[in-house]
Design a binder for this molecule. Structure first.
Ligand code: AHG
Ligand code: MN
Ligand code: MN
Ligand code: MN
Length: 320
């Protein structure tokens, strides 16, 4: 009987967010409608990935689904997608108070070999009711009101924060609902995994080189760290969030700003890491304090367990 009572108390992502939003008396369910359209996009991509859609098609399909779902939600004004050179300005009759930046398909080079890929998104609110401009999305990550990712792997899991901690929801295909499975995720303060593409080692700067050296040949007699690198940011960050450790995409001589994009890769993951008790650093400053000048600009990123990121911050500080 007890088990049945538990089974019937379905904490879907919609119900969870409605609970969260009830703390904001002025909210009239706009965020819940926005989120339900992001969830729709994730369910579409999840089913397309499981049908084995090939990469090229999936990159375009997923972008189209998210743009259409977000525009038709009537809750957005500006959209930025990794797949669209220019921002999308929603026509006035359909405008809402949110701006969404997203990577519809992250890790797309991994699609054709079946390795986990994902969708990453961040949400800003419009601070004025005039015509929307590009300035409404060229804001520091510390002004984001929510962020999350969906990982399409052995199971489909959506990890979300609306500023009150990080929560994981697993898609139950029989219900077509994301059910809360990982409430209040906290990243361990220290981990024993480092995650970086060592193939770029010859181009790294001093502090990154020193830090990775320490991971492999610890001076203080502690055990060497394990290297885990999937090559999909969503998969590497999800493992870091649950197991602890550090994920690095450093600058290198060829790409002085690294590879990952500020608005829809660095900011959402940095937001989640801080909400889970970890941190995110660019080599110069707190990642969320970056102020992007262009919608597709890049930044180096070091994120994960609080103590592990402190170590690389000390190495960059010594370099100043
Ligand atoms: P995307 O597929 O959206 O272009 O992102 C790919 C990114 C990110 O997912 C991953 O962390 C990184 O590329 C891997 O880059 P390298 O192959 O250079 O390591
Ligand atoms: Mn990406
Ligand atoms: Mn992408
Ligand atoms: Mn890409």
């Amino acid at each position: 009987h007890e088990a049945d009572a538990y089974r019937t108390d379905l904490m879907t992502i919609t119900r969870f967010v409605l609970n969260e939003q009830s703390k904001y008396p002025e909210s009239r369910g706009d965020f819940t409608i926005l989120l339900s359209n992001i969830v729709l996009g994730c369910k579409f991509v999840c089913s397309a990935v499981n049908k084995g859609e090939e990469q090229k098609k999936l990159d375009v399909l997923s972008n189209d689904v998210f743009v259409k779902a977000l525009v038709s939600s009537g809750r957005t004004s500006v959209l930025v997608s990794e797949e669209d050179e220019e921002a999308t300005f929603v026509e006035s009759s359909k405008r809402g108070k949110y701006c969404v930046v997203f990577d519809p398909l992250d890790g797309s080079s991994n699609i054709d070999c079946g390795v986990s890929i994902g969708t990453i998104f961040g949400i800003y609110t419009m601070e004025h009711s005039d015509e929307p401009t590009i300035e409404d999305v060229l804001k520091p990550g510390n002004e984001m009101v929510a962020a999350g990712y969906c990982m399409y792997g052995s199971s489909c899991m959506l990890v979300l924060s609306t500023g009150t901690g990080v929560h994981g929801f697993t898609l139950d295909p029989s219900l077509g609902e994301f059910i809360l499975t990982h409430p209040d995720i906290k990243i361990p303060n220290k981990g024993n995994i480092y995650s970086v593409n060592e193939g770029n080692a010859q181009n790294w700067d001093g502090p990154t080189t020193k830090y990775v050296e320490r991971c492999k040949y610890p001076k203080d007699g502690s055990p060497a760290k394990s290297l885990r690198y999937v090559g999909s940011m969503v998969a590497d960050v999800h493992r870091t969030l649950l197991y602890g450790g550090i994920f690095l995409y450093p600058a290198d001589k060829k790409s002085p700003n690294g590879k990952l994009r500020v608005l829809y890769e660095v900011f959402p993951m940095a937001f989640l890491m801080e909400q889970a008790g970890g941190q995110a650093f660019t080599g110069k400053k707190r990642a969320l304090d970056l102020v992007p000048k262009k919608i597709h600009e890049r930044s180096p990123i070091f994120l994960g367990s609080y103590d592990d990121v402190e170590e690389i911050k000390a190495l960059y500080a010594a370099e100043e």
